[in-house]
Design a protein around this ligand. Structure first.
Ligand code: ATP
Ligand code: FE
Length: 371
């Protein structure tokens, strides 16, 4: 099988061509980070416009780099949710057009499922059931993956995701956001003392596997205000003393943000092993899992529990088309796809978008255990 994957759920336009043996034939990502820097944020309408502008080019480049044409494809996979409806529609329209024109099956993909399943492309030994910690800009999920399309949600964020906390902290510290806040903050934290600011680890008293990063964000903002840090002065042009304080805040934030992950993973592993004693792996994926500090802390914690950490390389942790193509392959093999009817028009509704789409069912016993 050769599958094209298309991803437009957030602010990256991505496409990739992947073979069912796991070979990545091409991978193209066009980022809207420059818009972010220029306007200090991206509205859904702007993001939709940016996706529309580049989608044809990104898909064409993915096909060209793979040295194939649409006729060589076995199927098209596209993210249908969760995400911004306006943005999802751009990718879905493109996928429908190709599927309709070339009479190809189309697979609608869950973005967060794709973050998790791409680990199976990377680590061919990774069998179900396994645990997954998915940490990105919009999600903080702990799931037990029992099979393709069969997930139990052990924990989720009750407010902000960790990536949002990284991005805001980076912005308040005056970091260069030309890529995204996370990597810039990771870099600065290397210079800082992680014990200099005593932020409180969130949700310590809660006996569940849920996350909360809104309170930590507030603690960081107050610390920044108390040190009179002026985010309008870029880190590159500030005094060395001011830079040191900023680095201390970055390192202290990162330590506590990750302690919170470790706490909840630790509990979730207990829950997971109770449901499925044969679990051997914990997958960490999503943009924040590309962070070296996050990876090494999780590695130690997971090893201590007798499990193995599987973490995709950074380019497959942040949003990409490979994970969509691969998840398309996993579902296609199970017979889960739509086929365009004869004489299908490009605008015919082949797959529907699902901007709000939970991944799996909530772990019901978790609620009673948490009491
Ligand atoms: P979601 O997957 O929830 O829909 P998204 O698709 O926007 O959100 P991803 O591309 O998966 O998110 O991840 C982006 C997030 O990851 C951003 O918040 C970014 O700051 C963060 N991130 C990326 N690299 C790093 C890093 N090295 N350290 C910390 N955070 C990082
Ligand atoms: Fe994502």
């Amino acid at each position: 099988l050769i599958v094209l994957g298309i991803e437009t759920s957030c602010d990256d336009t991505a496409a990739a061509v992947v073979r069912s043996n796991g070979e990545i034939l091409s991978q193209v990502v066009s980022s809207q980070a420059d818009l972010l820097v220029k306007y200090g944020g991206v509205s859904p309408k702007m993001a939709e416009g940016a996706h529309s502008l580049v989608i044809d080019q990104v898909v064409q480049e993915a096909l060209d780099k793979a040295k194939i044409t649409e006729e060589d494809l076995s199927a098209v996979a596209v993210t249908i949710g969760p995400g911004l409806g306006l943005c999802l529609r751009v990718g879905v329209r493109k996928a429908r057009k190709i599927a309709g024109t070339y009479a190809l099956p189309i697979v609608g993909v869950h973005h967060m499922e794709a973050h998790a399943l791409v680990a199976r492309l990377v680590e061919r030994e990774l069998q179900f059931p396994f645990m997954a910690l998915l940490i990105s800009g919009g999600h903080n999920l702990l799931i037990l993956a029992r099979d393709i399309g069969h997930y139990i949600q052990l924990g989720t964020s009750i407010d902000d995701a960790i990536g949002e906390a990284y991005d805001k902290t980076a912005k308040w510290l005056g970091l260069d956001l030309s890529k995204s806040g996370g990597p810039a903050l990771e870099q600065l934290a290397l210079e800082g003392n992680q014990d200099s600011f005593k932020f409180k680890v969130p949700m310590k008293q809660h006996k569940d596997c849920n996350f909360s990063y809104a309170g930590l964000k507030t603690q960081v903002r107050l610390a920044i205000e108390s040190k009179n840090i002026d985010a309008t002065i870029p880190i590159a042009s500030t005094s060395s003393e001011d830079r040191r304080v900023r680095a201390d805040i970055a390192a202290s934030f990162q330590r506590v943000a990750v302690l919170h992950l470790e706490d909840k993973c630790q509990r979730a592993i207990g829950w997971g092993l109770k449901i499925e004693p044969s679990i051997k792996h914990l997958v960490a994926s999503g943009g924040v899992a590309s962070n070296k500090y996050v990876r090494s802390r999780l590695y130690n914690m997971v090893e201590k529990n007798g499990l193995q950490l599987v973490c995709p390389p950074p380019s497959l942790c942040t949003d990409n088309g490979v994970m969509i193509a691969w998840t398309g392959i996993e579902h296609f093999r199970m017979g889960r796809y739509d086929t365009p009817p004869p004489a299908c028009e490009p605008d015919d509704a082949l797959v529907d978008i699902r901007p709000r789409w939970p991944l799996g069912e909530e772990y019901a016993e978790g609620r009673s255990e948490a009491r």
